[in-house]
Design a protein around this ligand. Structure first.
Ligand SMILES: Nc1ncnc2c1ncn2[C@@H]1O[C@H](COP(=O)(O)OP(=O)(O)OP(=O)(O)O)[C@@H](O)[C@H]1O
Length: 343
């Protein structure tokens, strides 16, 4: 497998006033997206997921600023000033990397019918495309999302929230981007529309129309339907990364465990229901807790968790967790195995 996107030690913060505090929304995050892969990123609200989505999709604007790290997308090295809204980013946005954003209204032009907007988007990137070809491409994707072709004649305000979100999904994928960064694309949708959108994205990936997807959500169980690997984000940092099945069903990090327990997905056709919440809330990112950022809420926190930054611990093939407790568990297992072997 070859690597399609690589983020190395990315840090970024918001600074609303020049002498005001820095909100460290993304702190030293490294991740990769392989060719043909859907990488899920999950975490609670306020953990930095949307900020990460903005960075990976090269949509960084003040007051957000990337302060460190490197990014490589589909063979393009993007320097820091490129990530921070420079010319490099403009040239790559849309076709190399596209954002399917959270807020559907801002992503469409309120003064244009969907059909004119679709044609404008395509013709600005695909030389010589005719209006008929543009509409045919959009119609095919609308149908996959159970949307009738008549939505093409509507203005954005004439569509329901769920319809608008699906139209935005169509528009974001129209240019067949190499990498799609999908930021909570299903949050405004009912269960069947969610499934249709996940099916469309999986189809585009399987057909290699899109080469890789980063799918961001606060609903970890949803990733079961699309992600090959999952990264868990807490307070601006990644705390666990691994194969989707393992992260979902054998989570290693205490945060992933509580996140998984906090939400269940009922069977198809019924509404999701929150059965338990994680106690407390993610920390203020101006001055996050020392040591492990999760320690004030962690059910298994130990003394050193509040003092020392936790280590990265390998817990399986391509599966790691950043946690003192996991490190001790692994050390205990290794100790008892060598004890058994020597007996
Ligand atoms: N434009 C902004 N100006 C200042 N601070 C911001 C801005 N956008 C986000 N933040 C802060 O950055 C931190 C991370 O926010 P972000 O939106 O990336 O988290 P998230 O995990 O995507 O949450 P949500 O799912 O609620 O969007 C939060 O503390 C948030 O308050």
């Amino acid at each position: 497998m070859s690597t399609l996107l690589e983020a190395r030690r990315i840090s970024a913060s918001y600074r609303v006033d020049s002498d005001g505090p820095r909100i460290r929304a993304v702190d030293d995050v490294s991740l990769t997206l392989e060719e043909g892969e859907a990488l899920g990123v999950a975490g609670e609200s306020g953990c930095g997921k949307s900020t990460l989505a903005s960075i990976l999709s090269l949509n960084v604007h003040p007051p957000l600023q990337v302060t460190g790290g490197r990014l490589r997308v589909a063979g393009h090295d993007i320097p820091l000033d490129g990530i921070n809204g420079g010319r490099v980013a403009t040239g790559l946005r849309g076709k190399v990397v596209a954002l399917l954003p959270q807020g559907a209204m801002n992503a469409l032009n309120p003064t244009l019918r969907v059909r004119d907007f679709v044609y404008d988007v395509l013709r600005s990137h695909v030389a010589g495309i005719t209006r008929k070809e543009a509409i045919a491409r959009a119609t095919e994707r609308l149908e996959r999302l159970a949307l009738p072709p008549r939505v093409l004649d509507a203005y954005p305000h004439q569509l329901s929230g769920g319809m608008r979100q699906r139209v935005v999904a169509v528009v974001s994928t129209l240019l067949d981007p190499d990498v799609l960064i999908a930021d909570e694309p299903t949050s405004a949708l009912d269960v069947s529309s969610q499934r249709a959108l996940l099916a469309l994205l999986s189809h585009l990936l399987e057909q290699r129309i899109i080469r890789g997807i980063v799918f961001i959500t606060h609903e970890l169980p949803l990733l079961r339907y699309i992600a090959h690997r999952i990264a868990i984000m807490y307070a601006g940092q990644l705390v666990e990364v691994g194969p989707a099945e393992e992260v979902l069903f054998q989570p290693a990090h205490p945060y992933t465990k509580v996140l998984m327990e906090a939400t269940i997905v009922l069977e198809t056709g019924t509404r999701r229901q929150r059965i338990q919440t994680v106690g407390g809330a993610p920390p203020n990112l101006v001055s996050p807790p020392p040591g492990c950022r999760f320690h004030p809420r962690c059910p298994v926190a130990m003394g050193r968790c509040s003092r020392e930054a936790p280590p990265v611990v390998d817990v399986g093939a391509g599966h790691s967790a950043v946690c003192w407790w996991v490190a001790e568990q692994r050390a205990g297992e290794a100790g008892s195995m060598s004890h058994a072997a020597s007996n």
